[in-house]
Design a binder for this molecule. Structure first.
Ligand code: HEM
Length: 207
């Protein structure tokens, strides 16, 4: 019984973190870019379209992601799952290309540029491939690739969880460089562990 509560709490936490980070990211709509995200405001001048595509649509993907893992919704309303999937895919296409251009132009140094750049490329690749598999009707593989995509989308949350700790312990420069990799490499490792874990005995027997 306790495991059911732990699992429900984990799901609740994912919803709260995804919605919390996404809504906080839209603070620029109320406060303006200069006042609310001064440290990246130069992107708004140097690559305006990429920047606004990213900070407007990446939060959309983050908010939509938990809906896609809601088993009841998938079973009862497959059409809704497909429409949310399309919106998730389009948001990532535009926000991911924006993120890639921002990574290439970041002033945070080459290590951070490669960290964010690799994240953007994998985000675009895993999501695009996952959606292509769904269109081919290869649903089991689609599910596996969308778990990878979700782990990368969740980097927006892990980045914001780790950053205060890294700033406090390593300083802003080193902390920011490190977080460009740390925000997503462990997420991918957890996703791979989850995808490769041995099947539970009951499931294996049923199969
Ligand atoms: C998963 C792939 C992602 C990549 C590759 C990526 C890349 C980037 C890059 C390169 C920057 C600028 C950092 C700098 O130059 O110092 C940035 C900023 C930002 N990103 Fe992303 N990002 C991703 C996901 C997301 C998601 C899912 C959100 C949703 C909340 C998001 C929201 C933002 C916001 C709001 C900023 C402005 C700075 C801030 O307020 O933290 N990003 N991103």
């Amino acid at each position: 019984m306790i495991m059911v509560y732990v699992s429900r709490f984990r799901v609740f936490l994912v919803w709260v973190l995804c919605f919390g980070v996404a809504l906080a990211s839209w603070r620029f709509m109320v406060l303006g870019v200069e006042a609310s995200m001064e440290f990246v405001a130069y992107h708004a001048i140097e690559r305006r379209l990429a920047f606004f595509a990213h900070i407007t649509l990446a939060p959309v993907a983050l908010m939509l992601m938990p809906f896609q893992f809601w088993t009841g919704l998938r079973a009862r309303r497959p059409q809704v799952h497909r429409w949310i999937g399309r919106a998730y895919g389009v948001s990532i296409l535009l926000a991911g290309v924006g993120g890639l251009l921002m990574a290439a132009g970041t002033t945070a140094g080459p290590v951070a540029a490669w960290g964010f750049g690799a994240l953007a490329a994998l985000w675009l690749g895993s999501t695009g491939y996952g959606i292509w598999l769904a269109l081919q009707g290869r649903i089991a593989e689609h599910q596996r690739w969308m778990i990878r995509s979700a782990a990368l989308t969740f980097a927006a949350v892990t980045l914001r969880l780790y950053l205060p700790l890294l700033f406090a312990t390593l300083g802003e420069e080193t902390g920011y460089t490190l977080v460009s990799w740390l925000c997503w490499v462990p997420n991918v490792a957890v996703a791979e562990w989850y995808l490769r874990r041995p099947l539970r005995r009951s499931v294996a027997l049923a199969a």
